[in-house]
Write a protein that binds this ligand. Structure first.
Ligand code: 4AD
Ligand code: MG
Length: 477
C-alpha cells in the first residue's frame, strides 16, 4: 500500500523528518480535511487527539479529532509503524497525503507519511474507554476531560454556534452590543441572591469596602442597558450573570449566561414578544444549518424525539395567555400540584410545565403578572383591584421559564412611588434621573442561554450545557 521507501522509513520512526522530495505540508483542520473536494494526494498536516486505533494485518487505522467537527479523520498508516504510543486519547501530528477513501464510510482519508505522538495517554488510566458511551452524569465528574468526548464536543460546538447566531441576530436587527459590568453596586432583581465582591481583609481597614460601597457580582445587566437605551434605541448584552440561589435543580446555576435586550420607544408587550420569538427561532435555525451533525447526535443519543419537538416549536406561532388565564387553567387541571395554584402566587416549575403541555408543547408567553410579585421597575398596568404589571415570561417545553421581560416604568411619579414603597429611593436616584431627562417608553427581556441550549437540544440537566458548571457546593477547577 505504501510503496515509497521514504514513506516506510518515516513510518518506522514515526517522527523522522519528511522526505526532502516532499513539499512542506499545509496545516489543515479535520473539518477542512473532511470537506476537501476531489482529494488527490495533496500533502497536508493534521493535529489532534486519537479517538480510535484499529490494527489490521498490513495497515493501521486511526481516527483523529481536533474539535473542529464531530466526525474524525481516518488516518491510514503502515502496520510496521511503531504504534505502542498511538493509543486512544494520545495527541498526534500526522503528515501525509489526502486521498479519496475506498470505503463508503468517509470521502477522504489521510495516507500517513509521518506520525508524531505529541503527548502519550495511557488508556488504562484514561477515564473514558474506546467505544464506550458514558452517561452525562458520569462525565460530570471529569470537568477537565469531558470535552474530549463526542457528546460534549457536540454540545460545546452548538454552544459556540448559538453564541455567534445570537450576536448575528442582534447585529442584523440593528442592535448595539453593550458590555455591561460584572461588578455592580445594584441588585436589579431585588431577590437577595447576590454574591458580594470584596478582597480578603488583610492590609486594609477592616470596616472599609474596597469600592467604598458594597459591591456584588451582577444578577442582570438590565439597569445598565436601560441607561444605554437613553441614547441607543436598541441595545443588547450577552454575558455571565451570578445568583446565589441555593438550588440543585436541573435548571439553575450560580453562574450562567444571559442574553438581554432593551428597546426604546416601544409601547406594547407585543413588540417585545416579537423580538423574543424572532431571537429564539432565528438562532435555532442558524444552529441547525451550521452544525446539523452535532444537533443530530444530541437528539439521537440524549433526547429521542427531540428533533420533531423542536420542529414543532419552530413552525408554530408562539401562544399568548395572561397570568390570570394561566391560573384558571391550572385550577381546572386534573393534575395535583405540590403548590396549589392561586391568583397572586408565583408560578412554579410544575405549573410552567403543565401550561406548556396544555398549549400543545408550543412555547407560550404568559403576560400581565400581579404587581406584588414583580420587581419595582415593571410598568404598572393600572387595571383596578387585581393590579398587574406589563411583565412577560416565555415558557418552553422541557424547561419552563426561558425568558423574563417587561415594559419598564418610564413615568417619573409612578416609579418614584414604587421606589419609595421599597425603601430604594436614595439608592436609585440615578435611575429616577433617567425618567427626568428625556424618558421614553421602553422594555426589554433576558433569556437564560443555558436553558435555551437545553430547550433546543433536549438536554435534561443544565450542568451539561456549560463548560464548567458552578452550583451550590460545587466549583470544580
Ligand atoms: O427572569 P429573570 O430573573 O429576569 C431578569 O433578570 C431581568 N432583569 C432580565 C431583563 O429583563 N433584562 O432572568 C432571566 C432568565 C430567566 O428566564 C431564566 O431563563 C434565566 O434568566 N435564569 C437562570 N438560568 C440559569 N440559572 C439560574 N439561576 C437562572 N436564573 C434565571
Ligand atoms: Mg423570571
Amino acid at each position: 500500500m505504501f510503496g515509497a521507501r521514504c514513506l516506510l522509513r518515516a513510518l518506522r520512526s514515526c517522527s523522522s523528518a519528511p522526505c526532502p522530495r516532499h513539499k512542506p505540508s499545509a496545516k489543515l483542520s479535520v473539518r477542512d480535511a473532511l470537506g476537501a473536494q476531489n482529494a488527490s494526494g495533496e500533502r497536508v498536516k493534521v493535529q489532534g487527539w486519537v479517538r480510535s486505533v484499529r490494527s489490521q494485518k498490513e495497515v493501521l487505522f486511526l481516527h483523529v479529532n481536533d474539535g473542529s467537527s464531530l466526525e474524525s479523520l481516518q488516518v491510514v498508516a503502515d502496520s510496521n509503524c511503531d504504534s505502542r504510543e498511538l493509543a486512544f486519547g494520545s495527541s498526534v501530528e500526522v503528515q501525509g497525503q489526502l486521498v479519496k477513501s475506498l470505503s463508503k464510510k468517509q470521502n477522504v482519508e489521510l495516507k500517513a507519511e509521518k506520525i508524531e505522538v505529541v503527548g502519550s495517554c495511557d488508556p488504562k488510566d484514561f477515564p473514558f474507554k474506546y467505544k464506550e458511551r458514558p452517561t452525562l452524569e458520569y462525565l460530570r465528574q471529569f470537568p477537565h476531560l469531558r470535552c474530549r468526548t463526542n457528546v460534549l464536543g457536540s454540545i460545546l460546538r452548538v454552544r459556540s454556534e448559538a453564541t455567534a447566531a445570537i450576536h448575528s441576530f442582534f447585529k442584523d436587527s440593528g442592535f448595539v452590543h453593550i458590555h455591561t459590568p460584572i461588578i455592580t453596586s445594584n441588585d436589579c432583581e431585588g431577590a437577595g441572591e447576590l454574591f458580594q465582591v470584596e478582597p480578603p481583609s488583610k492590609g486594609k481597614v477592616p470596616e472599609e469596602n474596597f469600592f467604598d460601597v458594597p459591591a456584588f457580582l451582577t444578577v442582570s445587566g438590565q439597569l445598565h442597558l436601560e441607561v444605554m437605551s437613553g441614547a441607543f434605541t436598541q441595545v443588547f448584552t450577552f454575558g455571565p450573570t451570578f445568583r446565589a440561589e441555593n438550588s440543585q435543580s436541573r435548571r439553575h446555576l450560580a453562574e450562567f449566561y444571559m442574553v438581554e435586550a432593551e428597546i426604546s420607544f416601544i409601547e406594547s408587550l407585543q413588540d417585545l414578544m416579537q423580538v423574543m420569538e424572532g431571537l429564539f427561532k432565528s438562532a435555532a435555525a442558524a444552529v441547525l444549518s451550521s452544525c446539523p451533525e452535532d444537533v443530530a447526535l444530541c437528539h439521537r443519543v440524549l433526547a429521542p424525539g427531540q428533533k420533531d419537538r423542536l420542529e414543532h416549536m419552530l413552525k408554530n406561532n408562539f401562544l399568548i395567555i395572561s397570568y390570570t388565564e394561566a391560573v384558571e387553567i391550572l385550577q381546572q387541571a386534573s393534575q395535583n400540584f405540590t403548590f396549589t395554584p392561586e391568583w397572586g402566587a408565583d408560578l412554579h416549575t410544575e405549573h410552567e410545565k403543565y401550561l406548556v403541555k396544555h398549549c400543545g408543547n408550543i412555547p407560550v408567553f404568559v403576560v400581565n403578572y400581579p404587581l406584588a410579585l414583580k420587581p419595582f421597575y415593571m410598568r404598572d398596568n393600572e387595571d383596578g383591584p387585581q393590579h398587574t404589571v406589563a411583565a412577560v415570561d416565555l415558557l418552553v417545553p422541557g424547561v419552563g421559564e426561558l425568558f423574563g421581560g417587561s415594559l419598564r416604568e418610564e413615568r417619573y411619579h409612578f416609579l418614584e412611588q414604587r421606589l419609595a414603597r421599597s425603601g430604594l429611593t436614595e439608592a436609585y436616584q440615578w435611575y429616577l434621573d433617567l425618567r427626568r431627562f428625556g424618558s421614553v417608553p421602553h422594555g426589554g427581556f433576558g433569556m437564560g442561554f443555558e436553558r435555551y441550549l437545553q430547550c433546543i437540544l433536549g438536554i435534561d440537566n443544565i450542568k451539561d450545557v456549560i463548560p464548567f458548571p458552578r452550583f451550590t457546593h460545587s466549583c470544580l477547577l
